[in-house]
Design a protein. Structure first.
Length: 243
């Protein structure tokens, strides 16, 4: 059972196009046009074209692409801000807000044409965002699933709370968790495929696979192909096995 997966995108549309092309090349090589492509969330923030990323994925699914797009914590923060300027995501530290420079929300709003989103009163920025962000983009973000199971892999944005059945996991954990998930060596009953915690390279830990290779901080955007629990990185020259 073959599945493709792409890590945190953070507004990098051109890199996403490149990875979709690599996946198509691998599909042609294997003769498998049915395997889904799972995007593990964080479509928006920090990068230059969050609007383009959402529209590309939304249109692709609408046109019949076999794509699964999961909700990331940045996607939920963006949707929350659009609904309420005072929204504070329960996973975010109290002293921060989505428009804080560390979070990258201003870059997302700028991609929709909101002017100076980091330098004007929040109510005015919010009013402009509500006017400029298409309703279908908000609906798309709010409808994103939090997890996807296929074969021996469970795809989520951040990870899971160890020892808790999937139906009982909180959305905030699935979108935000780091510890105790990252340091837990136990088998979780599936290979947990996630992003959220940026690394230099895609890394396989045996019980989990981290796809966030730090595109938000100048690193690459990464795609893999998973068969059972075996994983290959998709490069410009083809597959590279990941231990």
């Amino acid at each position: 059972m073959r599945t493709y997966a792409i890590g945190d995108i953070h507004g990098h549309l051109s890199l996403l196009h490149d990875l979709h092309a690599r996946i198509e090349a691998d599909r042609r090589a294997t003769g498998d046009q049915d395997a889904p492509v799972v995007h593990v969330g964080d479509l928006v923030d920090r990068g230059p074209d969050s609007r383009g990323v959402i529209e590309h994925l939304r249109q692709g699914i609408e046109q019949g692409e076999n794509w699964v797009v999961l909700k990331g914590n940045h996607d939920r923060m963006f949707a929350g801000f659009l609904r309420d300027a005072a929204h504070h995501d329960p996973g975010l530290r109290r002293e921060l807000s989505w428009l804080h420079p560390r979070l990258g929300g201003a870059a997302t709003l700028a991609s929709y044409g909101v002017t100076h989103p980091a330098d004007r009163p929040v109510p005015k920025v919010h009013a402009d965002a509500q006017a400029l962000v298409p309703a279908e983009h908000l609906a798309f973000l709010e409808a994103l699933p939090t997890h996807y199971r296929r074969g021996e892999a469970l795809f989520v944005h951040a990870g899971i709370r160890p020892g808790i059945p999937i139906p009982e996991q909180s959305e905030t954990d699935l979108l935000w968790i780091r510890e105790p998930f990252l340091s837990d060596p136990r088998d979780h009953g599936a290979l947990i495929v996630h992003g959220h915690t940026a690394l230099d390279d895609v890394t396989h830990y045996g019980n989990r696979l981290n796809l966030d290779s730090g595109v938000a901080y100048g690193g690459p955007l990464s795609a893999v192909v998973i068969e059972g629990r075996s994983v290959w990185l998709l490069t410009a020259k083809g597959r590279i096995a990941i231990a």
